[in-house]
Design a protein around this ligand. Structure first.
Ligand code: ADP
Length: 418
């Protein structure tokens, strides 16, 4: 028959191992490091039969140890953040000498730091301090205090607590990584905001002088001799190109989801096409393109944001003009497809798009041509802006092309008014 103490010993062992396995499970399944550390401390206290447990970390700046985790009692948690001297504390001794320090009676240990005991009216009697390492660097100490059952800690306790100390080190490292990541993320958003503000301000500032250039160039073109007129045309066409780029920059903010303020209303197709035609006819003429518009006899009414849809169609039309050699044909066609949808398509006779690029051209900053050798200017955002604007009003946009050199068609599907 087994004697009682042996059975007790095994039961205790099983309980400890179960607790350790439970901690490992939690360690693998949570990213909430604070809660995890508190749990680890509770487990450490329980396994060591101690009144409390804590982790003290080494602060490389202040060169002190401070409480980073404690058992989850309210009184213990008041210790969080409190410093403990490196020289003149049991935790400091364990860290300095990188060894387990066990003090069974602190009254006999001059290194014991008793200031906190006085402040928190706590009476420390025994301490077991286990150094913690992370990637072979000493980072702090796991400490348990006051053996509740009046027994002395044994080598077995040292071993169990060393396992918990290693787990706590991992949890702390993960916590530090997460907080560094969060910080980096915040900094990135800050930089992103600064960049966006800068682009908004710069494009706004560029617009005013450009307006003056456009005005004078148009005036000169209308009122002067043939030779000056020709120069004025060149200035005008470059200024128009510049305007398009500045508009893209101004509209960059629409790329961020939810940033486009959408105002939906009933808009007759005819009036939308009129707006677009007004914007684009001069440019088409300048490139000697034929612009053909085919709309249904009876103008249907759409339920859209007039300005944003106009911007999207203008972007697509601008591309058709640019990617079609002079003298091409650009066709704008509108068809009522279903009871609740109209398709507006822009077809050109230009350079065409190979199949593998058809989706990607809608991605931000994507251009088919290599930016070092390309013949066309632009920022690679016109189509992404068009897609964001159309999607924001529950529409769709896509491109088709029979192949390189055979032109392209861009189609925008929009909701009809009901
Ligand atoms: P970008 O201002 O640089 O032209 P976009 O987003 O408007 O940027 O267009 C992205 C790319 O899609 C263009 O650089 C071009 O390679 C291709 N593309 C767009 N429209 C056409 C078109 N009508 N014909 C051929 N390629 C086109």
């Amino acid at each position: 028959m087994q004697s009682q103490p042996v059975t007790d010993h095994f039961e205790r062992k099983v309980a400890i191992l179960t607790r350790l396995a439970e901690v490992s499970n939690i360690l693998n399944s949570t990213l909430q490091q604070d809660a995890l550390l508190a749990h680890l401390m509770d487990a450490a206290a329980e396994i060591a039969g101690a009144e409390a447990a804590s982790v003290l970390l080494w602060n490389t700046t202040t060169r002190e140890l401070y409480f980073a985790a404690t058992t989850s009692s309210e009184a213990q948690m008041k210790l969080l953040g409190r410093p403990v001297p490196h020289e003149g504390s049991i935790a400091g001794l364990a860290l300095r000498e990188n060894r387990i320090v066990q003090v069974d009676n602190v009254a006999d240990e001059p290194q014991h730091y008793n200031k906190l005991d006085e402040e928190f009216r706590f009476s420390t009697q025994s301490v077991l301090a286990i150094p913690m390492t992370s990637k072979e660097k000493l980072i702090g100490v796991l400490e348990v205090v006051n053996n509740k059952y009046g027994r002395l800690w044994t080598e077995e306790d040292h071993n169990y607590l060393s396992i918990l100390a290693a787990q706590a080190a991992v949890a702390i490292e993960v916590a530090q990584l997460i907080s560094a990541l969060k910080k980096a993320n915040e900094e990135l958003s800050q930089i992103d905001k600064l960049k966006n503000d800068f682009i908004a301000i710069a494009s706004h500032e560029l617009r005013t002088p450009l307006g003056v250039i456009l005005g004078y160039a148009s005036f000169l073109k209308e009122t002067t001799s043939d030779e000056v007129n020709e120069h004025a045309s060149k200035v005008l066409s470059s200024a128009l190109q510049l305007r398009r780029i500045i508009e893209d920059l101004t509209n960059l903010r629409y790329l961020k989801e939810g940033q486009a303020e959408i105002y939906l209303e009933n808009v007759p197709l005819a009036s939308l096409i009129e707006d677009v035609n007004r914007d684009i006819a001069t440019l088409a003429e300048a490139r000697m393109h034929t612009l053909e518009i085919r709309v249904p006899q009876e103008s249907p009414t759409m339920y859209i944001d007039r300005i944003r849809t106009g911007m999207a169609i203008t972007n697509v039309l601008n591309n058709a003009l640019r990617f079609t050699p002079p003298g091409g044909r650009i066709t704008v066609q509108a068809d009522v497809r279903t009871r609740d949808e109209i398709w507006i398509s822009v077809t050109d006779t230009g350079i065409g798009i190979s199949e593998n690029h058809l989706d990607r051209i809608f991605d931000e900053f994507y251009q088919v041509e290599d930016h070092m050798t390309r013949a066309h200017n632009g920022l690679g955002i016109g189509l992404s802006i068009a897609r964001a604007l159309i999607r924001a009003q529950n529409g769709r946009i896509w491109a088709t092309s029979p192949g390189l050199g055979q032109g392209s068609t861009f189609t925008i599907a929009l909701p009809l008014a009901q």
